[in-house]
Design a protein around this ligand. Structure first.
Ligand SMILES: C[S@@+](CC[C@H](N)C(=O)[O-])C[C@H]1O[C@@H](n2cnc3c(N)ncnc32)[C@H](O)[C@@H]1O
Length: 205
């Protein structure tokens, strides 16, 4: 039930034919400077990113409405008006909703690592997914990934370092160094390190 006052700010994307430019407030998305926080959770990182870049539009995407509500309430409280919360499944968002070369940067921070062998198929990062990330990024766009789970982090680095579609360049995160997501804060409090990496798009998909 969408019955909370903050729900009117959250876009629920279930229709397969919906395009980013069909969404109210994003009709001119092609002319904007857009970053996407994919699986944003409660969105502490998202809010700080939006405050750092008030002239950019930040898309905050997650499947969990409760987390998007927390993010939305914080944005209302702190007067942040450049975040668009999207309730949507990540693969659907990338494959069907976002057009070619629309985003400047995609953040995938501390995604669920699905450490058990039999659950590996649930991981978001795989070669199909990275092709979609490449497609939606603008020329020289950036893909930012982080994880506390070393085997997952290494597996993603192996896929990304092998593909001709991207080149690693961690300097591309200098402008957001020190901005932590909710899960990074949580892992750090437990003494775990979160690794960050960035790749730059090499060429059009
Ligand atoms: C471990 S949390 C990380 C949240 C946030 N990025 C952070 O670092 O604090 C993973 C988030 O991804 C969301 N998520 C998982 N699978 C998803 C999917 N297929 N599409 C969209 N969101 C997803 C979950 O609901 C959850 O909020």
């Amino acid at each position: 039930m969408l019955d909370k006052p903050e729900d009117k700010y959250i876009k629920i994307l279930t229709q397969s034919y919906c395009k980013l430019t069909d969404i109210e407030g994003l009709e001119d998305a092609r002319d904007r400077s857009i970053e996407l926080d994919l699986g944003c959770g409660k969105g502490s990182f998202t809010t700080r990113l939006a405050k750092l870049f008030p002239n950019k539009t930040i898309l905050a995407a997650d499947v969990m409405i409760g987390r998007l509500r927390k993010l939305t309430k914080r944005n209302l409280r702190e007067d942040v008006d450049n975040i668009i919360p999207l309730r949507v499944e990540a693969r659907h968002l990338l494959a069907s909703i976002i057009g070619d070369e629309m985003l400047e940067r995609v953040h995938l921070l501390c995604p669920d690592p699905w450490p058990k062998e039999r659950h590996r198929g649930n991981r978001l990062m795989c070669s199909d997914f990275l092709m979609q990330i490449n497609r939606v990024l603008k020329k020289d766009g950036i893909f930012h990934f982080s994880s506390d789970d070393e085997p997952y982090f290494e597996a993603v680095c192996r896929i990304m370092d092998k593909t001709p579609l991207f080149t690693r360049n961690d300097d591309k995160l200098a402008d957001i160094a020190g901005i932590k997501s909710d899960f990074e804060i949580r892992w750090n409090e437990q003494g775990k390190k979160v690794h960050h990496v960035a790749w730059v798009k090499n060429k059009a998909f």
